[in-house]
Design a protein around this ligand. Structure first.
Ligand code: 8P5
Length: 453
């Protein structure tokens, strides 16, 4: 008798696994100054000549501010169970602190009610990079008062929305905010200082802690932190490359999770920043290390890492000759997600995890005559990463949900509208939305809880 064939693997995800998609305010809303909103640093940055590709701004974006109801209807049509979005701080507090702009609160309150009416769970991110310009004028994340500012903003939203919103995240990707906005200057507010970057990073985490503390006083549900982390693999077995991996791993993957979950920084950061690494007050870590209900992990790619001359890491990312790369130059490497999730569990324990972003920009064809957008590369990317998540779940990682990045093609920060990450195509001229093949495929995955991967 031939051996019984390997049983087809049951890829079904755990009951109640939360399937959704993610966006961010500045990337989709448009109308940044409507109804009493104040400017953010991204409105200021994008209107500064030379800061964004083609001078692209978020003045219109996907006009979600005007089309939010149809976008929720589209989410319902796709069968999403959850929707991760961010609130624009300066719509709520136009000066960043103090006066509340009720029209801004009302916009998000209506959006949340529409989501709930369509059986879609809201996952709300307080801060997805669009700091009020008025606070940047007061030093922004370089001013230790930012912890109080952020806690005040969070409390305004907790009081207005908690109960309808039951899953909150404080900050999206503090690494990108500091590496892009304060060290290399490619992102708002465009600073280039190895002295400022550690201060901004530390204050972001103090603000995270203060907002969690404020939630415990006002809120009754769940709150977490969202980080972008990325496995670093040595380019060779040399000692120099091993040391480079150690530095790169500490700088991207441990710089924020360690203080938030363990109450201390990895030692490599002082090695990396040298005299630019302050001696932090011990009491700061008591503020930063607040008990969390979950961590959101945003995963895109891996880095094969060697010793190099990058500043200040002294590393280099080695392109893989046989690798597949996305339009943003990121290697498609699903195994890296499994490896990363196992590392997270081993390092930080059994804290629940949501994959709060995962997706890719590929060159998508225009909308074909029959109204289709064929994006097979994106389907392949999503399928392989969901399989990688399934592997991590089988290995015991407590993964509660998955938010595809992104629901809509949108404003890719300094890269403007040049990169399309959406499972739904957006015609920026007409604002017409067209679900891509990946959206139709994802709908079936959700309906079968992963069985049809
Ligand atoms: N090598 N390499 N490294 C890749 C580093 C990725 C860092 N960028 C992100 O994670 C951003 C996240 C952001 O939330 C969203 O607002 C952005 O639109 C997406 C797409 O860019 C991703």
């Amino acid at each position: 008798m031939p051996d019984s064939p390997t049983p087809a693997r049951d890829l079904r995800f755990p009951d109640g696994f939360l399937w959704g998609a993610a966006t961010a305010a500045h990337q989709i809303e448009g109308s940044p100054l409507a109804d009493g909103a104040g400017p953010s640093i991204w409105t200021r940055f994008a209107h500064t000549p030379g800061m964004t590709l083609n001078g692209d701004t978020g003045d219109v974006a996907c006009d979600h501010y005007g089309r939010w109801k149809q976008d929720v209807a589209l989410m319902r049509e796709l069968g999403l169970k959850a929707y991760r979005f961010s609130v624009s701080w300066s719509r709520i507090h136009p000066e960043g602190t103090g006066r509340v702009n009720q029209a801004g609160l009302d916009f998000y309150s209506r959006l949340v009610d529409e989501l709930l009416a369509n059986d879609i769970e809201p996952l709300l991110t307080l801060f997805h990079w669009d700091l009020p310009a008025a606070l940047d004028d007061r030093g922004g994340w370089l001013n230790r008062d930012c912890a109080d500012w952020f806690a005040e903003y969070g409390s305004t939203l907790y009081r207005a929305l908690d109960g309808r919103v039951k899953k909150w995240a404080t900050i999206n990707e503090p690494w990108v905010v500091t590496d892009g906005g304060y060290l290399h200057g490619a992102l708002a507010p465009g600073h280039r200082s190895r002295y400022e970057a550690p201060i901004a990073a530390h204050n972001l985490m103090r603000a995270h802690g203060a907002a969690v503390q404020a939630y415990r006083a006002e809120g009754r549900h769940e709150i977490g932190l969202v980080v972008n982390i990325e496995p670093k693999y040595p380019a060779s077995d040399s000692a120099e490359d091993a040391a480079a991996v150690r530095r790169a791993h500490a700088y991207m993957n441990e710089q924020f999770l360690h203080p938030a979950l363990l109450g201390h920084y990895p030692p490599e950061l002082k090695e990396i920043f040298g005299d630019a690494w302050p001696d932090w007050p011990a009491e700061d870590f008591a503020l930063i290390r607040q008990p969390l209900d979950f961590v959101g992990i945003n995963y895109y790619t891996r880095s094969v890492t060697a010793a190099g001359d990058s500043y200040p890491l002294k590393t280099a990312v080695v392109r893989q000759p046989l690798g597949t790369y996305t339009e943003t130059g990121w290697e498609v490497f699903p195994q890296g997600l499994t490896d990363l999730l196992l590392w997270f569990k081993d390092t930080y324990g059994d804290l629940p995890v949501y994959i709060t972003e995962n997706g890719a920009a590929f060159f998508d064809p225009a909308v074909a005559d029959e109204g289709r957008v064929r994006d097979p590369l994106r389907i392949d990317y999503l399928r392989k990463h969901l399989t990688a998540i399934r592997d991590a779940i089988d290995a015991g990682v407590d993964i509660r949900g998955y938010m595809a990045w992104s629901l809509l093609d949108n404003l890719e920060w300094s890269l403007g509208y040049s990169k399309r990450f959406g499972i739904v195509h957006v015609n920026y001229g007409t604002q017409e939305r067209t679900p891509k093949d990946s959206a139709r495929w994802y709908s079936k995955v959700i309906a079968s809880n992963g069985r049809t991967l």
